[in-house]
Design a protein around this ligand. Structure first.
Ligand code: FAD
Length: 333
């Protein structure tokens, strides 16, 4: 049996490692656009206070996976799924190749969500969603003496990035459209505490901010709300968007993510989805490390014939990686 997994995040890598131990004879191919190895995505938001982050963030090299007889095609993009032929089209270094699968697992994760009003200005801001993004931001930062950053979005990632840049010594202004920070995850009392912690670390927090435009009249980036503010660089951190394009093109059912049943199976019985890209029948996406790892291990056991029960989410919580902040009340996930 040839099992192909698309994506080398926690979903894809946890699955292949477990499945390799259970299905000794299976052909396992992991296809990924990445080239640096399997890395810790949560550590991206600590990427400005750790000098060696570009190395220490790597959890496993692709060669290490290859040592376990997992065929890793890195720097390779899946561009098309043919469900009738059960094939994938993949592209590496301008060369296309067709691969056959018996079972396909889509673990393509998510990209940064850019709210529609900001899309016309996408040349003027950065995101922090991948190691490539972090490397770009670190390069930009190295060219600017004590830069002044604008972070747009006061959710989990926006607060973490603002905190890390300020702790690294930069000037930071955080714009949030709502009247309190991380309103989806923490109670109002903790939002007040979080704002104090960020302000104490030097972040200027601006709430109730409707941004009408971004522009670059000269060297600086100008953000216009009811007044105009100037910055050296801008990061948009407004949530995530599952990468559903391949599944859409293959005619699979899509909601916010790729729709799966409680067995993580799409409407095509040969195709599964897990991780940030998968939408469960309750309408939820479990976009956190702990439940994703649980999905991956569960699916490996299930495909190896060792797990007849459906997947159910484990009890889990999250925690903002803001320097010096501890919420007094449990997070909502
Ligand atoms: C800055 C940041 C901080 C976070 N902090 C936390 C935290 O503290 N705790 C927590 O629980 N979660 C955190 N998260 C969320 C967590 O990291 C994600 O939920 C998780 O990493 C998703 O894993 P995944 O494997 O589903 O997808 P991803 O990690 O997105 O991996 C998807 C992979 O698929 C590849 N891919 C996509 N399309 C193709 C294609 N067509 N062909 C080939 N390859 C493709 C991508 O290159 C990538 O390697 C954070 C996320 C970010 C961005």
């Amino acid at each position: 049996m040839h099992v192909i997994i698309i994506g080398s995040g926690v979903a894809g890598v946890s699955f292949v490692e477990k499945y390799r131990t259970l299905a000794k004879d299976a052909d396992i191919t992991l296809i990924t656009k990445e080239n640096d190895g399997y890395y810790s995505r949560p550590l991206l938001s600590r990427g400005f206070t750790k000098d060696d982050i570009e190395h220490s963030i790597i959890l496993k090299t692709f060669d290490k996976l290859r040592d376990s007889q997992i065929n890793v095609l890195s720097d390779t993009e899946v561009t098309h799924i043919s469900r009738t032929r059960k094939t994938l089209t993949v592209r590496h270094a301008e060369q296309e190749q067709i691969l056959n699968y018996d079972k396909l697992i889509i673990a393509t994760g998510s990209k940064a969500f850019i709210p529609p009003p900001y899309r016309p200005f996408n040349e003027l801001f950065f995101c922090l969603n991948s190691l490539t993004d972090l490397k770009t931001l670190r390069r930009v930062r190295a060219t600017l003496p004590k830069p002044h950053w604008a972070i747009i979005g006061g959710g989990l990632i926006g607060c973490e990035v603002a905190s890390d840049l300020a702790t690294a010594g930069d000037n930071v202004t955080l714009f949030h459209v709502m009247d309190r920070l991380m309103e989806r995850q923490i109670v109002p009392e903790d939002s007040v505490l979080l704002k104090q912690v960020l302000e104490n670390s030097g972040v200027t927090v601006l709430l109730n901010q409707a941004i009408s435009s971004l522009s670059k009249p000269e060297e600086k980036i100008c953000i216009t709300t009811d007044t105009a503010h100037e910055f050296d660089a801008v990061i948009v951190a407004c949530g995530f968007q599952p990468r559903t394009e391949l599944a859409t093109q293959a005619g699979l059912a899509i909601g916010r993510g790729i729709k799966v049943n409680d067995y993580l199976q799409t409407e095509d019985e040969s195709i599964y989805a897990l991780g940030d890209v998968a939408e469960l029948p309750n309408g939820k996406l479990y976009a956190f490390i702990l439940p994703i790892r649980s999905q991956a291990l569960w699916l490996a056991n299930h495909l190896a014939g060792q797990e007849p029960q459906s997947w159910s989410p484990p009890v889990f919580t999250t925690k903002a990686k803001v320097h010096g902040f501890e919420a007094a009340h449990p997070y909502q996930v």
